[in-house]
Design a protein around this ligand. Structure first.
Ligand SMILES: Nc1ncnc2c1ncn2[C@@H]1O[C@H](COP(=O)(O)OP(=O)(O)OP(=O)(O)O)[C@@H](O)[C@H]1O
Ligand SMILES: [Mg+2]
Length: 282
């Protein structure tokens, strides 16, 4: 367990072979709004790493910086660098990055509502040039991981459930044959049982297909059960990082993020008020 001052020298176990490293980045929107203030993260090859934090902490901004999608938001990485498999991502287009194996599943699912589930999945193969047979085989692989999608393959995505749309969004990302998936709030708006089902599939994809994951989540509880390592982001800074188990057992994390502190769950609205008491800011 490390505080911010020490994170620069610390990395998750096995990080010697990092698939992704984010080094001290700063992100500014509209030339003036400073949102990320020196964020560093390491994702080991084959790891599942959780990026945790409340509303507006900067999770989505971090993921968009990694997948080089900030331009569309008038955002810019103004300091630091991000390296995926040896290349600086700022030098690659978002499409090149997908071809190289890094893809983001956006917050809020974003399926094409007027297309069928299967048509949505096939749109995920747009960067590939290895032919129809390979794409068909991967479609089968996606259906094996997500049997619900096979059942709903002909359904118009807009009329499927939130859980099915989240599965469709992950399935579509898989169709690009990624080595790393940036998954933004997969639990958002879903019933606990479905959240569990989706995280189980993430775990299987990690173990069987070797896909590395960076999971942005407000749902600290579920994320820390599936991730091996976690970072906690507050107001654009990493305030704490460590092995998932150590974070689960940490008193501050319990109090502020797991809602199991002595006095019961504290609302995020009150976090600011309690901030001075946090041991990691002391
Ligand atoms: N395009 C934008 N222009 C200006 N400010 C932005 C933009 N996008 C996000 N922000 C601001 O950046 C901060 C971080 O937002 P971000 O969406 O990265 O947080 P988040 O941790 O993903 O939050 P949530 O859990 O609500 O999704 C917020 O204060 C937000 O208002
Ligand atoms: Mg977000």
């Amino acid at each position: 367990m490390q505080t911010q001052e020490m994170t620069r020298t610390k990395a998750p176990a096995g990080a010697g072979d990092a698939i992704l490293s984010v080094n001290n980045i700063e992100v500014i929107y509209d030339h003036v709004i400073l949102v990320l203030k020196g964020v560093s993260l390491t994702i080991p090859r084959g790891g599942i790493v959780a990026l945790l934090g409340a509303n507006g902490a900067g999770k989505t901004t971090t993921l968009k910086a990694i997948s080089n999608l900030l331009g569309a938001e008038r955002g810019e990485v103004t300091k630091g660098k991000i390296v995926f498999k040896g290349d600086e991502v700022q030098a690659l287009s978002p499409n090149d990055l997908v071809r190289k194996g890094c893809i983001q599943v956006m917050e809020g699912r974003h399926c094409f509502g007027h297309l069928s589930i299967e048509e949505n999945l096939l749109t995920g193969a747009y960067t590939r040039k290895d032919g129809a047979a390979a794409i068909k085989a991967d479609l089968e692989m996606v259906y094996n991981y997500f049997p619900r999608l096979r059942e709903r393959r002909q359904s118009q995505a807009g009329y499927t459930s939130g859980g099915e749309q989240q599965m469709c969004a992950i399935g579509r990302a898989l169709m690009s044959r990624p080595e790393m998936i940036l998954l933004d709030e997969p639990s958002m708006g879903l019933a606990p049982q479905l959240v569990e089902e989706i995280f189980e599939i993430v775990k299987q994809l990690n173990e069987r297909e070797g896909v590395s994951f960076l999971l942005a989540e407000q749902n600290t509880n579920v994320a820390l059960r599936y991730a091996t390592y976690g970072y906690i982001l507050e107001a654009g800074r990493i305030v704490l990082d460590g092995d998932a188990k150590a974070l689960r057992d940490n008193e501050d994390v319990k109090e502020f993020y797991l809602g199991v502190g002595g006095e019961g769950r504290k609302s995020f609205r009150n976090v600011k008020h309690y901030k001075r008491r946090k041991r990691w800011l002391a």
